[in-house]
Design a protein around this ligand. Structure first.
Ligand SMILES: Cc1cc2nc3c(=O)[nH]c(=O)nc-3n(C[C@H](O)[C@H](O)[C@H](O)COP(=O)(O)O)c2cc1C
Length: 398
């Protein structure tokens, strides 16, 4: 895990930095907080100390703190300033070093993430825009303010600090180990699809989307550009992930086909409905009118019907969730659908498959099978992506 230097400056949103410090600490990072003098008017240093379990740093020129700025900057794997006030942006753009945080910024050689937050009119000021542009040119990553409610009585606009979860996700990406997925485009499908019986009823399945979301989030952390094609699912999705929402299997197939020409990797973790009613009723079927048997017809097979749209050298991963003959059908799927990897799991196994936070899978490739133990879905996602990275390197997608 990494050592994060968290700079907190004197904005109203500094109360959210406490939650950010907690999220980063919970993720296993060592978090050293540096507060500006103004920040200490908004939040007590003792709060950060209690949340991070580490001393908070505030002084540049006091006895006993000589060279704190050099030591803190040298130890950091990433420096994050959240919130970054307009004043901080101006000082940083000007190369000032008259307090501990700005001195650390100049002494740091690690990646820097700056998260500005201020009133919308301040954010729109050309001087602020110029300072931000200059910081970008210096190589600092800028996470732009969100649009939404501002401080009490200030209405709504661009200037709000992004939610701490969003900032923590960016930090995770910043400190992730080098990955072959960095800069690659990874398309992930997740969740079920729905096929209408009538305007209010549908055929679907129990997929929650947890596995697909775990893969999309892990790929994003590894530095990939991610497109998550999501059916109507219950799993929460990080606000930082671009989502293409779809409803039916045909819509999911269309979205996959549209994404494939740019995709280095496709992971089909969704559970599209395999059947659809032949003739969905145009009006709601009345409760009293017992429906005739609903005639079903197969939906398009997404991996088969989009095969021609794949880029040469791309890595294609399918899932095989079965209740019988799991490995045999995974091997068949690998071949028939020209896949590089099939993630096989048994829906009847305790703790595996739909809805659970864990999964027990076997990775099936042309070279053989690797059975993984029961793992949390994020850990399964990492194992799948390790295999994807190895194959990407071998297949030389460019
Ligand atoms: C109640 C209050 C809220 C403030 N909120 C912000 C803010 O959200 N963003 C900002 O850039 N400045 C804000 N300021 C102004 C800064 O506190 C001020 O510019 C200060 O000098 C920043 O110093 P620092 O960047 O060293 O922490 C606020 C001031 C007050 C009194």
């Amino acid at each position: 895990m990494a050592r994060i230097l968290l700079g907190v400056t004197g904005g109203i949103a500094s109360y959210k930095s406490v939650w950010l410090a907690r999220l980063l600490t919970q993720a296993g990072h060592e978090v050293d907080v540096v507060m500006s003098r103004a920040a200490r008017e908004f939040v007590g240093a003792i709060t950060f100390e209690a949340v991070t379990g580490r001393p908070v740093h505030t002084q540049l020129l006091d006895a006993g703190h000589a060279l704190d700025h050099i030591k803190l900057a040298r130890a950091a794997d990433a420096l994050v300033v959240a919130p970054a006030t307009a004043e901080f942006l101006a000082k940083a753009a000007g190369g000032h070093a008259d307090d501990l945080l700005t001195a650390c910024l100049l002494a740091a050689t690690c990646p820097v993430l700056v998260v500005p937050a201020m009133n919308d009119r301040m954010w729109a000021h050309p001087q602020v825009a110029q300072n931000v542009a200059h910081l970008r040119a210096l190589g600092y990553a800028i996470l732009e303010p969100a649009v939404g409610p501002l401080a009490q009585g200030e209405g709504s606009g661009a200037g709000r600090l992004p939610e701490p979860e969003v900032i923590a996700a960016r930090v995770a990406r910043l400190v992730a180990p080098a990955s072959a997925l960095r800069g690659r485009h990874v398309v992930v499908t997740a969740g079920p699809t729905r096929e209408a019986v009538d305007p209010v009823r549908f055929v679907s399945n129990h997929s929650t989307g947890k596995m697909g979301v775990a893969i999309a989030e892990a790929a994003w952390r590894r530095g990939a550009e991610v497109t998550l094609i999501a059916g109507p699912m219950s799993a929460p999705v990080g606000a930082w992930l671009p989502v293409v929402p779809v409803e039916t299997t045909q819509e999911m197939a269309d979205a996959v086909r549209a994404a494939l020409p740019r995709a280095d990797v496709l992971v089909m973790a969704a559970a599209p409905a395999d059947f659809r009613p032949v003739e969905p009723a145009a009006q709601k079927i009345k409760k009293g009118a017992a429906p005739r048997p609903i005639e079903l017809t197969p939906t398009p097979d997404i991996l088969l019907t989009t095969r021609a749209d794949r880029r040469p050298g791309s890595v294609i991963v399918g899932f095989a969730l079965e209740t019988t003959d799991v490995l045999a059908s995974a091997r068949r799927k690998l071949e028939v659908k020209s896949l590089d990897l099939v993630v096989a799991n048994d829906a009847t196994e305790p703790g595996a498959g739909f809805g659970h936070d864990t999964n027990r899978v076997t990775l099936v490739t042309a070279e053989g099978e690797v059975a993984l133990p029961l793992l949390a879905k994020p850990a399964v996602a990492e194992a799948i992506l390790d295999e994807v990275e190895a194959r990407l390197a071998r297949q030389g997608a460019s």
